[in-house]
Write a protein that binds this ligand. Sequence first.
Ligand SMILES: *Cc1c(COP(=O)(O)O)cnc(C)c1O
Length: 456
Amino acid sequence: MAANSEVKGVAASAAGRRDPAVRAAVEQGLVGAADGAEPLVCLLDVAGIRASAAALTGAFAAALAPGTPVLHAFAVKAAPLVPVLRLLADAGLGCEVASPGELALARAAGVPADRTVLDSPAKTPAELREALALGIAVNADNPQELARLDGLVGRAATPPAAPIGLRINPQTGAGAIDALSTATATSKFGIALRDPGARAWLVRAYLDRPWLTRLHIHSGSQGVPLALIAEGVRELHALAEEINAAAGRRQVDTLDIGGGLPVNFASDEETPTFARYVAALREAVPALFDGSYGLVTEFGRSLLAKHGLVLARVEYTKTSGSRSIALTHAGVQVATRTAYAPAAWPVRILPYDAKGAPKTGDPVAQDIAGPACFAGDLLATARELPRLAPGDLIGVPDTGAYFFTAHYGYNSLPRPAVHGFTVTESGEVRFRLVRPAQDVSAIVAEAGGDLRDALL
Ligand SMILES: *Cc1c(COP(=O)(O)O)cnc(C)c1O
């Protein structure tokens, strides 16, 4: 009995589920050192994903006036995998999409149009037409896109079923990572709220278009402090109030507050939590939760990052000058941002032996290199770890969003398999294939293999 409840206790924490999953992945042949075994695999912790989805929905439900409509739309770009979208839909979430591919994935997952939001900054007329025909919510990025919508909506006999909004940039400033700061004074996204004349133009735009019923913002991301994200939402709410006052009715009925909750890559601790974010919003914009507006959220990284693990074989170890290097199969293809911007995207490296057991030993500074043919293909430099040996495995946690789900095809490296796992109460680990490994014939086909003579 005691052993059983211990297993239960271990399986109840994300970190406690990880080591059994690694061992099982080796034992069940998903990855390993044997000749012919896969050198690289990616794992998703299904219970962890469900827990994050529940934490999100629970945090907002606890704060919102009862009966307030709310849609939590998962930002598909963070983990564009149909079974993941399906799992999240089962947990009560919808989808935020930003390309025809992402929309197709959401539809393949069975996410209904009225739980889907389309946001990309460069939507074509065909995409806009399709979204309106399907009844998918659209957030327009700029005045030219709004003019296109005028054409489409103006020609229709009845007002559009699809809710339509405008994205604003509150120009509240940058976070720690420039490439991910969407709310700078000169950001490429949305209508810059503090530019001269912008506010008056926006109010007029709504008064002229009774079908504009939403306002959208996405001002957070990795590196952006919660207070700055909350300030953006406060600006959004104030603008909605100003428009509704000018209209003399509650024309803007829904605020889409985007995503952007940062993730802790330094430890297993999940911080900041969704509850902490809701508390920051309540403090900055108490009226946001009073039920006068429906809410849409668009979280990506904070729902998935902590629940993904890359597992890669150490193929060789060597020294070069004074440097100890472990050559592994995980590099730029699964951790693109880490390879190109290592200071902004540090990852943890967890050492395992060839049997999948956590590896112990005196720490030695080692570089963890990937398989790609450029010098910067590194996951970590001078990392203090037990001395790695060929056949060992490294685990790269916190990679469930924007890492292996955003594959980079350098060196024609294949997309690795993704397996979801669950741990039963008795400690048994069960895997389900989420995405098959890409085989070389698929790589050849993608590379114009059927068009061999095209240039002769
Ligand atoms: C990327 C993106 C999101 C999700 O951002 P996260 O940082 O992953 O939460 C939400 N909305 C829009 C418009 C985005 O571009």
